[in-house]
Design a protein around this ligand. Structure first.
Ligand SMILES: N[C@@H](CCC(=O)N[C@@H](CS)C(=O)NCC(=O)O)C(=O)O
Length: 209
């Protein structure tokens, strides 16, 4: 049994989609970040960076924060969605790191300036909208070469998809990125992705373009 401490955000959804994909039993502990529950001392023991998601594996006692680390742990534990060796192993890491370092942090900034702070900081809006479009272009070009980011569906796609789901917040028209749109729809139609996306809030299904 895996304890999943999470909230309905892109980083949280990576972990719940992964747990659904690999079929591990898990128990959800909602950490309401709008009520500052991420600063509670009990949660900080699991996640010293006071951010969701975090897990505890009751079988091994292992605790982890950082969504990328959680995806790698669950993939290694189950032998699923991350090839153990060869080029596909490294392509998975490469695109996972691309998501963790770019198609996540930069889009998070775009959400703040374009959605939550609209009209107040034109320079930041322009900067992060341009960066969002650049990152979507990178994603689109890669997905013009391969079906999924590392070839087969993997933890790299699971990391990237929940951030892509906020395309409206990023003012991105998926019709301008046809390869990425094909990939998006393929994942959006996976039953495990649909189940994982609505954890813990079942009122926010995957946005469809
Ligand atoms: N690099 C971390 C980022 C986690 C993160 O930023 N989580 C957000 C929700 S998506 C959060 O917990 N925010 C709470 C806060 O900002 O205090 C990861 O990938 O797990």
């Amino acid at each position: 049994m895996i304890e999943l401490h999470t909230w309905s955000t892109p980083n949280g959804r990576k972990a719940s989609i992964m747990l659904e994909e690999v079929g591990l039993p898990y128990e959800v502990f909602p950490i309401n970040i709008t009520k500052k529950e991420q600063f509670a001392p009990e949660f900080l023991k699991l996640s010293p960076n006071n951010r969701i998601p975090a897990i505890r594996d009751r079988e091994t006692g292992m605790t982890l924060f950082e969504s990328g680390a959680i995806l790698m742990y669950l993939a290694q534990k189950t032998g699923k969605l991350w090839p153990a060796q060869g080029e596909a192993h490294w392509r998975t890491i490469e695109w996972l790191m691309w998501q963790m370092g770019g198609f996540g942090p930069m889009l998070g900034q775009a959400h703040h300036f374009l959605k939550y702070n609209a009209g107040k900081a034109p320079y930041a809006e322009e900067r992060y909208h341009a960066e969002a479009k650049r990152l979507w272009g990178v994603l689109d070009r890669r997905l013009g070469e391969v079906e999924y980011l590392a070839g087969d569906y993997s933890i790299a796609d699971i990391a990237t998809f929940p951030w892509a789901c906020r395309f409206e917040w990023q003012q991105i028209d998926l019709n301008e990125f046809s390869n990425a749109k094909r990939w998006y729809l393929a994942i959006a139609n996976r039953p495990a992705a649909q189940r994982g996306y609505i954890v813990p809030d079942d009122k926010q299904p995957i946005p469809m373009p």
